[in-house]
Design a binder for this molecule. Sequence first.
Ligand SMILES: Nc1ncnc2c1ncn2[C@@H]1O[C@H](COP(=O)(O)OP(=O)(O)OP(=O)(O)O)[C@@H](O)[C@H]1O
Length: 333
Amino acid sequence: MITRAETTQTAPTAPQDAGTSPSGTALHATGVHRHFGSVRAVDGVDLSVDRGEIVALLGPNGAGKTTFLDMVLGFTEPTSGTLSVLGTSPQRAVRAGRVGAVLQTEGLLADLTVKETVSMVAACHPRYIPVDEALERAGAARIATRKVKKCSGGERQRLRFALALLTEPDLLLLDEPTAGMDVRARQEFWAAMHAEAERGRTVIFATHYLQEASDFADRIVLLRQGRVVVDGSVQEVTGTGQRTLSCRWIGPGTPQALAVAHGIPDDVTHQGDRVRFTTGDTDALARSILTDGLGEDLEIAAASLDQVFLDLTADTATETTTDTADSTEQKGR
Ligand SMILES: Nc1ncnc2c1ncn2[C@@H]1O[C@H](COP(=O)(O)OP(=O)(O)OP(=O)(O)O)[C@@H](O)[C@H]1O
């Protein structure tokens, strides 16, 4: 049985077991559910990720991100629905070393050095890249001789990254990979990940840092209560939110009257000499302001990813449950 801690470390099956994915799809999920007793952790996810894509998986605590990644890694099976990874089952893709993962769980031996750890794990694989190369690419070369127990949280993540790269995987899965890293470590981590993406790897990462998602991902998938609520590029996702229009008011009339005329009576605020409107139709508002000479120095801004995230996940406090019996399964992580 494969456990979360073993994912990047033991994949002794021959590569030909993994099959191929002629369509170029790295991941294909159709109607995937994963229920734990009464808890619908994943509640009908349809998702297709092409090879070479970089996808950020966002969602509030308990949205189902880790459970979904666990299924992609073959740790747990969907309750229903189908899931294929690189054209085969998750288990076969993982065993063939075609999937690398950087997870938050432990599973590292405290008394080994970083390099010893990578060497030991490399020896479990039928084929792997040179250990020094994996360390270098993961930004872990300078901590090669450090004992794992002396490594900080961020350094351990780099070590996990080096382990994930050993088999030159086609798909990299990262669950909150930069948790615990300081700003510099985070920047270095993403620079290293960029280099891996440029080598053509597909990267799927779960994160709570929206800026990281915005900076690094081609595509944002937002989960809420086990379902995909938004799926698109950063521009498409922020485009679903309300825009703001601000200007210097020069009259006649009042901003409030204009807001009422546009059906947004409560969405007008003042900041210094500027007035700010929040609306789904900034074009119509801008037209009125310019045509009637009501304001000057107009600025229109799309919603921030943070704002869209907050709007779409505002009511997630309620737990999603099925109407079946209580959960008897324990959270095993
Ligand atoms: N083994 C399990 N048994 C019972 N419930 C579980 C189990 N694993 C996950 N859950 C529940 O499923 C839901 C989704 O959890 P999951 O860890 O996938 O969310 P997440 O989006 O990764 O959250 P976070 O951002 O906090 O890591 C939660 O309500 C969680 O408590």
